[in-house]
Design a protein around this ligand. Sequence first.
Ligand code: ADP
Ligand code: MG
Length: 745
Amino acid sequence: MEALRLERVSKYYQSENNVSVGMKHISLAFHMGEFVAVTGESGSGKSTLLNVLSGLDKYEEGEMFIFSEETSHYQIKDFENYRRENVGFVFQNYNIIDSYTVYQNVMLALELQGYPSRERKERALKLIDQVGLTKQKHQKSSKLSGGQKQRAVIARALAKDTPIIVCDEPTGNLDQTSAEQVIELLHDVSKDKLVIIVTHEFDQVSKYATRRIKMSDGEVVEDIKIKAYDNITVNKVEKTKSLNFFGLIKFSLRNLLAQPKRFVFMLFLMIIAISVFTVVYSNQIFGLRTTGLEQSSTYPSVPNSRVLVERRDGNALTQTDIDQIAEFNGVSKVYAYGALFYNDTSFNLISFFNGTEVMDMMGYRYNDSALNLNTSDLESGRLPEAADEIVVSRYWWGIELNETFLLASTRVWDWNKETLEASSIGYFKVVGIVNNDLQTIYFSEAFLDQPYPTTPSLDLTLKAQVKETIENNLKLTYNDQDFYVYQNGENFSGFDLFMDNNTPLLEIPVSIEVTITSQSLTTMLSTTKTIRLGNEFSSEGFNYGVISVSVFNSIIEDFLEEVEEEYVTLPSPIASVSIENQLVGTRIVNQLDVETYKVYYPANIPGFLQEFLVFILSIVAVIILTILGLFLYAVIHAVTKNMMNSRKKDFSIFRSVGAHESTLSVLVILEQILLSIIGLVLSVFILNMIVLFVPDHGLTIEYMGVTDYLILVLSITLLGLWLGLRFNKRVFHQTVIQSLTSGGE
Ligand code: ADP
Ligand code: MG
């Protein structure tokens, strides 16, 4: 049966400025069962003939028939299909994938051909046995001898079970004995096929050849039948299945793992690049999330690690409410009593000399629970347990462990022990010092779990402040004129107001206004009092008055009542929630502050420039990340380029074994994407481990949200895709023959 026929086929090679003849006007027919030896000098056109017959190269003139089918209309893809299903190749330079084992090389052909997966293994082992490599089946091909490599290639060529086998000087690099073995093997295993062997040592094949064709200068000069051959009938193989997606993934994973050193190196590079990118990315995110946020002036002592929750209907939080808030991801604890944090009180640590004289007042900025502290955060001492134990930031020097301090509001600056004690929340012992500069006093759970332990003293604190403010600001307005009022000694009775004009002053009601401004609350208080005014005036240009102590005190009392109504008796059923980090706080505000609850996050209130700052920072972030991304891409690209060049030979072998160019393109892209994704997963894992186990790591990756990770995955995938596409261009712009001959360098 005729398999291939050439009718006056010519092939020219076009190089820059001249055309050389590969073969001209060749007319030949080949039949199934033939074992054809093609001989001739070097450059006589043997390889050209073989490449045309096997569809590796196009021809310019004449007509080639494949199983009686014309091929002059064939496109590259048609030849690819023909090759894939019908031709097995054995070349001089052992076209074997060095990084694969013998078994993998043979399996490759079966997989690419879509051979039923269940039968693959058995068939591969059988073929390996047939070529005598059972012992070496799991050896890397690079470790095989030349003869063994060629036998492995034959096994692979046979695996495809093609009707035609072409061999271009298969023994060219082999010693005499190996050469003989290989030819014998070829003969044994391909009795029912058409075998065309190019050789310049005809003697090697003379024992088996059924026909000898001699070429010279691109023409056939001799065509002799040596032996009879069996007449065999086969059908041209049409279409076998190609690799499905999972096959491709498996294939790309195998390629990645086939060269462990290369894989580890690339992965290492990827991990470094992706980690650097992730760290910078999360840093930018951190910047964006925290820029323009300010401490609320209403709650200046509530730290970053705490949010306040109350019910919008003003009722106390029920246990159900508290349980529900506690379930929120990232909440460490919910304290039913939040009074300590719902007040603008931060504390002084006050120590006494001789037990009576104030020696020192050290102000701290924040109050917090010690819940989120670890023993490892402590510079010395231990965490607080009893209600009267505290831990403080190393902020003031000279605080000793086990020293006891009175804790009173920073608003109270009084040298009188009794006043201080009255406005304090009690005596506390410092049992530990924290190595941070957060200016925070940390209380024990035992203390914070007490129901509103600080409320009464907080009233006193507030009173003390109001009193002080009033004393300094008491002003009386009469006829739109302001008069500063001072109290006189205990025994002064009555009230005199001196004015700078001669207006007769009567006993009239005057309004008294006081503006109280502290770091936390600005409020205008006013009251109306009836005061008897005197009728004298004193100095010019300065308005002041003197009132008796009792009048002064009654005015103060009035104001305090007002303050109490407005501030101290505020609805205090408020819970304070200890949270793991700022992200959790923001989330709670976004998700919980809806209908039932009102949530405050005093440490993170958007300042008035916030939107603008975030806008500017976003632009900066995009620029930074783009530049960094391009830089990292350039590095990865440069390295991958070298890697890919060294794999060119492998790719041409894949193609000669029957992989479609499109399959391989997808493969290259998949490999890059897989590498990127594995790199990403490992990077994120490593970074998280650092966050967990390295103190003071300075990383901000916890600020990465789901969206950020999605963006990262997407950009990394795109990176892989981009790299893959670029290398496809490089790898596949050559024909199989070009890359085979130039490959491997
Ligand atoms: P053989 O295999 O018998 O040594 P070839 O078929 O390789 O001979 O070459 C036949 C002729 O075609 C030679 O003159 C060779 O120089 C030329 N030739 C082969 N391949 C190319 C090519 N890629 N470009 C230009 N000329 C080529
Ligand atoms: Mg040649």
